[in-house]
Design a protein. Sequence first.
Length: 180
Amino acid sequence: MIIEKDVDRILVSKSEIAKRVKELALEMDEFYQGEEVVLVCILKGAVTFFSDLVRSVSFPVQFDFMCVSSYGSGSVSTGDVQIKKDLSVDISGKNVLLVEDILDTGNTMMALIELLKERNPKDIKLCTFLNKPARREQPIEADFCGFDIPDEFVIGYGLDYDERYRQMPYIGVLKREVYE
Ligand code: PRP
């Protein structure tokens, strides 16, 4: 793949991803016990993880998609999110599981979860494939987490730099020279 020349090193390999997705699916199966869940893919970064995950869980699911962006510019995070694409399913009384690619400052998810709680779901949980605890600005943790990672610029498996590299089948660290 031409774009792989920009990868400094592989952080999470294809086989590690596949193994961890299966383990997460088992954790979720155990938790939901066959109840139906609305799985919400947070666009765009979570698309690849979402598509692997939905094929690994055993409980019945509904798919839905949301695209949001955090307002919090500058040094003060406002805790607001802008909804670019909203859910199509009514989540009232339902189990909702948000599927994210990465939990970084936590600003986006903190605000989104507050917003979705107002729609009266039965339950709302968060699954993130990657977690960067060193960057957290909000008191939020994922209920299901693939990997804790160091504070490095990661790409692939859905994650981008300037909309590129999402197609790579593993998580890589981007070479500094590409973004500096
Ligand atoms: C990324 C990621 C989360 C958010 C995490 O989305 O998918 O939604 O940033 O950051 P935070 O914890 O600091 O709020 P991004 O805005 O890059 O959009 P994308 O998924 O379309 O790439």
